[in-house]
Ligand binder design. Sequence first.
Ligand SMILES: NC(=O)c1ccc[n+]([C@@H]2O[C@H](COP(=O)([O-])OP(=O)(O)OC[C@H]3O[C@@H](n4cnc5c(N)ncnc54)[C@H](O)[C@@H]3O)[C@@H](O)[C@H]2O)c1
Length: 347
Amino acid sequence: MSPHKIALIPGDGIGVPVTQAAWRVITEAAAREGAQLDGTWFDWSCETYLKTGRMMPEDGIDQLRKFDAVLLGAVGWPAQVPDAVSLHGLLLPIRKNFTQYANIRPHRLLPGVTGPLRAEGFDILCIRENTEGEYSGAGGRVHEGTDNEVAVETSVFTRAGVERILRFGFEQARKRRGKLASVTKSNAQKYSMVFWDELTDRIAAEYPDVEVSRYHVDAMAARFVMAPETLDVVVASNLFGDILTDLGAAIQGGLGFAASANINPDRTAPSMFEPVHGSAPDIAHLGIANPIATIWSAAMMLEHLGEKATADRVMAAVEAATAAGIGAKPGANTTDEITSAICEQLG
Ligand SMILES: NC(=O)c1ccc[n+]([C@@H]2O[C@H](COP(=O)([O-])OP(=O)(O)OC[C@H]3O[C@@H](n4cnc5c(N)ncnc54)[C@H](O)[C@@H]3O)[C@@H](O)[C@H]2O)c1
């Protein structure tokens, strides 16, 4: 089999060391499993923007399209480049152009990691709609600066958009514990969210083997804290998913553990894998960034590429390291110590 072609975009701040760490771990794991990875590094970042006036070259999307997957560290250096520029110049065009409509985030407490709650049985896969809904960008402002000023921001829910994210959720539930929770607020939002509920019922009929529940987003937030063991796959709109996944990240011990994937389920373009965290300018030069979120994201990438054995080997090594206390507590180990400990556990 030909090697999997991976585009590596470390980006800014701690994005650089955590991407290097993830690449080291997954290439060592791949060598043990006989999987072949071919990485190409791209220095697209805020530094590139300051030098060239662009976060990525004009043909950046075309360049990336040739790859099987993208692994990204983090983008943003707000002291020198406004966040809107870095986000709209790199991350968002990739997600949009490659139709990465499913944003998936696993929330699970790794062995040895103590979150802020006693969340036993906390193992949830959150799936967030990534292209429309409340973040459609449809809206405008009139009478700006006057007492009559009005701002309107319209959520856009399309049948195609909602059906495809729900179907993706049902497929994931089939691969896990067979339960899907659909999140809306249909008591208050009587058009879009009732529509979402109706489509949930309709798609559920195609998956009789999956147990379906419906929750309002406020009740779901409470359930994350009070009864997480009742949840398996959670599917939510762009805004609701955004908020719930931050809650999930907090419960699992913080941003150092929060992995994510932007998936194009139809595989018409590469999917992108990245930690949830940003470039963390406050600790960028201290060498203490936790690389686990990025290593976990890279493991999700391997699984997406069909290298499940290598992905499992990576996650087993991460869990062995945290169980031994390495990387389990914020700031207690350096990035290099955590990476080396994980590599030693690869077997
Ligand atoms: N997907 C992305 O690339 C992405 C996501 C979020 C923020 N950002 C950008 O990153 C920059 C900084 O944003 P922010 O400070 O709001 O969020 P951040 O995620 O970079 O940092 C928030 C806090 O969490 C800590 N933290 C984050 N990741 C950590 C890790 N792996 N190990 C240890 N501690 C970690 C940081 O030190 C900081 O105190 C901004 O420019 C922002 O736009 C980018």
